[in-house]
Design a binder for this molecule. Structure first.
Ligand code: PHE
Ligand code: CO
Length: 298
């Protein structure tokens, strides 16, 4: 899912002139070209063939509820009428990456920020910066699930607290290993719910079927300590037993003492296995070993 930063996806230090004070912009849906709508349709068709039996039921239900099978890039006004009704969430367009406090504040108020550009036809497989296909197809279906909707709002509030505590790096790992790259046990097998996987043709197979990555049962402290890479398929996936369980160990836990406890503990290197890990797969790491160059690690 991830390559070179898209030049259209800018990083600003204050809202650009065309944006509102909260950094949102108009999606400007009428401006999408036929080619851009066709790119969405190609990506959508490819994932829809791949995902039944692989993606979590909540995700598949979300695609249905939100009527994402309608051709073309979704119009946020239309999408939001359905999403608001389902869980009180909205999708808002932003011009690029927004500052952390702005991002968390939107989440805490049930607004999911989305880029409004779509990748070029030669970037179907690999994109480092999230585009509208990743943001909307990847993230928004899960927001139609009440449990996940509550998790994301709580994560936004947790983000504002982490900024106060100086523990953003740790909390960001939780987002990465759940919202972006989470796996879930369902129907006695593993399924995908992470947006970075469901929006990626290559990774939706790799995450479930490859012998290369570790698959480890989710443990909050462990995840908060684990580094991640942003330039290739993941080397670890953390598996939750269910969405209720995820809520229980995150929303209902005060992270302050957890941050304090792990402050003195070392970070866990990317493919390292530690004592206490409940391993579903001890990966060969063949995929990572075959890549030239160093991993881009956060
Ligand atoms: N409970 C967390 C805290 O005390 C906040 C949080 C909720 C974080 C849900 C992630 C997900 O900071
Ligand atoms: Co994302």
């Amino acid at each position: 899912m991830l390559s070179a930063p898209d030049p259209e996806n800018h990083v600003y230090d204050k809202p650009p002139a065309h944006a509102n004070a909260d950094w949102t912009i108009d999606q400007n849906w009428p401006a999408y070209t036929d080619e851009e709508h066709a790119t969405w349709d190609t990506l959508f068709a490819r994932q829809c063939k791949m995902l039944p039996g692989r993606a979590a039921q909540a995700f598949m239900d979300g695609v249905d509820i939100l009527q994402l099978s309608k051709a073309g890039i979704p119009d946020f006004d239309e999408l939001n009428r359905i999403l608001m009704d389902a869980t009180g969430w909205q999708v808002v367009a932003v011009p690029g990456l927004v500052p952390d406090d702005v991002f968390f504040d939107h989440l805490a108020n049930r607004r999911f920020v989305s880029g409004n550009f779509i990748r070029k036809p030669d970037q179907l497989d690999y994109l480092q910066e999230p585009d509208i296909f990743h943001d909307v197809f990847g993230h928004v279906p899960m927001l139609a699930d009440q449990r996940f909707a509550d998790y994301m709002e709580a994560y936004g509030r947790g983000g504002l607290r982490a900024l106060e505590f100086g523990t953003l790096k740790q909390l960001a790992r939780l987002y990465w290993y759940t919202v972006e790259f989470g796996l879930i046990q369902e129907a006695e097998e593993l399924r995908i719910y992470g947006a970075g996987i469901v929006s990626s043709y290559g990774e939706s197979k790799f995450a479930l079927e490859s012998d290369s990555p570790n698959r480890i049962m989710f443990d909050l402290e462990r995840v908060l300590r684990t580094e991640y890479r942003i330039d290739d398929f993941q080397q670890n996936y953390f598996v939750i037993p269910g969405l209720e369980e995820l809520l229980r160990v995150t929303v209902e836990t005060d992270f302050k003492p957890v941050y304090e406890k792990i402050a003195d503990m070392p970070d866990i290197a990317i493919a390292e296995i530690v004592e206490g890990d409940e391993l579903l797969t001890h990966g060969t790491q063949d995929h990572a070993s075959a890549q030239s160059g160093d991993a881009v690690i956060i």
